[in-house]
Design a protein around this ligand. Structure first.
Ligand code: AHR
Length: 510
């Protein structure tokens, strides 16, 4: 058992801002993420607005999701936006060759996506097609979305029912160009990115935050090639401000938590303790990989003008038995919640460089927030971690050091048993704690320094079984409950964490 872990939390040393965009999302035309998940069509008996499912919107609004990436993923590099605007009955169909080889009817396109973002109160993050699209097509999409005057694309947008341009900031150029996005070498992509980035114009007051498509996992060569190859085109402006002067403001990378080999990743719900620890080991590897990309970027951009964006992360297991292998539908257990907790702590620790992260994917695909089944909708354990961590959005990171954290296992199952982070916004402090021990509780005793605080209030996400998950029949098998084991005495905050649990504690500065 992990026993007792001691630590120090400095309440009066606020560090960098934890961007709310670290809590970003991702929706691809993949399986039932868009169709059946977000979008059911206007004729659906389910409550909807313009075909967008309102129960899903309400659930996600409660998370204050800051941004939504679309239309892919791999799909982005075969998507031609002109096919998805205009009267729906006249839109051409296409084959979604990456995901299930199904026919896509383009009924969810640019206007529907922007309407979804407006309903969610989320900023759009659009991924343009570099793999099989043209520079002209990308250039015209920006014009269509963001131009106000009587330009050809603005006129076309008006003909399609939208007068005002939309504000669009986040603009991705391609996706996984080393793989499904074109099978390119980093050097080749860097040149293409310069070209596509150049013609992704700022129209009027709109300022794009252009994100070059990045590495897989620990491919630091890719990041270095972008930092060198995009050269003077990279630049985020003042500090790591969002409106930079260069052609590119950020580079991305992807990191998935996969416990087994690609051909047999492992079940989402049926796993033993060894497999659990292997999963959490993979999740904890992210911290080192973030440090690796950040170190490469520091060498070329010591003042941190360029942002790092992790625009796909999450667990990737075998699909649920009997479902389409190309739809990537998986259940979501308490294990997924702990993976999320570990990721957020690593994100907070890298807030100086990491400006955005997007979980893959928001609805019905991979590590989802929400699973739908016909008219039923369940919130996953991962959803609750996003909800409980909301206080970190745009808060300032606080230094939190733990000592005496136990670890278990060796090699591929080696895991640090406790993970934590803290932030401060106005007079509120939020501490997040994850106990990864599969078998035992842990006590965390934090010396609070630098300020006095009022009585702590806590929530805990736990369940008797690590494999616990929510279903339409049992929607609350895993849900937050008040955290009982919490005391503040002589400036020490003591938190009793049950086995395999995630908890948050709120403190108010006095
Ligand atoms: O999220 C599923 C897929 O994973 C994305 O389409 C792709 O970018 C990645 O390989």
């Amino acid at each position: 058992p992990a026993g007792t872990v001691r630590g120090v939390l400095d309440l009066d040393l606020p560090g960098p801002t934890i961007s709310r965009h670290l809590y970003g999302h991702f929706a691809e035309h993949l399986g039932r993420c868009i169709y059946g998940g977000f979008f059911v069509g206007e004729d659906s008996p389910l409550p909807n607005e313009g075909g967008i499912r309102l129960d899903v919107v309400e659930a996600l609004k409660a998370l204050s999701i800051p941004n939504l990436r679309w239309p892919g993923g791999c799909f982005a590099d075969e998507y031609h936006w002109r096919d998805g605007v205009g009267p729906r009955e006249q839109r051409p169909t296409m084959v979604n060759s990456h995901w299930g080889d199904v026919v896509e009817d383009n009924s969810f396109g640019t206007h529907e996506f922007m309407a979804l973002c407006e309903l969610l109160g989320a900023e759009p993050y659009v991924s343009a097609n570099v793999g099989s699209g043209t520079v002209k097509e990308t250039s015209e999409w920006v014009e269509y979305l963001t131009r106000a005057d009587d330009s050809p694309m603005a006129r076309l947008r008006r003909e399609n029912g939208r007068d005002e341009p939309w504000p669009v900031r986040f603009w991705g150029l391609g996706n996984e160009p080393w793989g499904c996005g074109g099978g390119m070498r980093a050097e080749f992509y860097a040149d293409l990115a310069r070209q596509f980035g150049t013609y992704s114009r700022n129209h009027g007051e709109n300022r794009l935050y252009r994100i070059a498509a990045g590495a897989a996992d620990a491919d630091y060569h890719w990041t270095e090639t972008l930092m060198k190859g995009l050269g003077h085109q990279l630049g985020g402006g003042a500090g790591r401000g969002w409106h930079g002067s260069g052609t590119y403001q950020a580079v991305s990378f992807h990191y998935y938590t996969v416990p087994g080999p690609w051909e047999h990743k492992g079940s989402a719900t049926s796993f033993d303790t060894e497999e659990y620890y292997r999963t959490l080991h993979e999740a904890q590897r992210l911290r080192g990989i973030l440090a690796g990309h950040a170190a490469v970027m520091d060498a070329y951009d010591p003042e941190r003008h360029v942002g790092l964006v992790l625009d796909e992360w999450g667990t990737w297991f075998d699909v649920e038995p009997g479902t389409n292998p190309g739809f990537l539908f998986q259940q979501n257990t308490l294990r997924d919640a702990l993976v999320a907790g570990v990721h957020f702590d690593a994100f907070h620790d890298h807030a100086e460089r990491l400006v955005m992260a997007n979980i893959a994917q928001t609805v019905n695909v991979l590590q989802a927030m929400v699973l739908t089944d016909g008219d039923a909708m369940v919130l996953t354990p991962t959803y609750h971690v996003f909800a409980m961590n909301q206080g970190h959005h745009d808060a300032q990171r606080l230094p939190l050091a733990l000592r005496g954290v136990g670890s278990r296992g060796e090699g591929e199952t080696q895991v640090e048993l406790v993970s934590a982070s803290a932030s401060r916004k106005d007079d509120g402090v939020l501490v997040s704690l994850t106990n990864l021990d599969a078998d035992g509780p842990v006590t965390v005793a934090l010396d609070l320094r630098g300020a006095a605080v009022g009585d702590p209030v806590g929530q805990v996400l736990a369940a008797p079984d690590l494999r616990a998950h929510n279903t339409p029949e049992s929607p609350d098998a895993v849900r937050p409950a008040p955290l009982e084991g919490l005391r503040l005495e002589d400036g020490t905050l003591t938190v009793e964490l049950p086995a395999h649990s995630f908890a948050t504690v709120r403190l108010t500065l006095q």
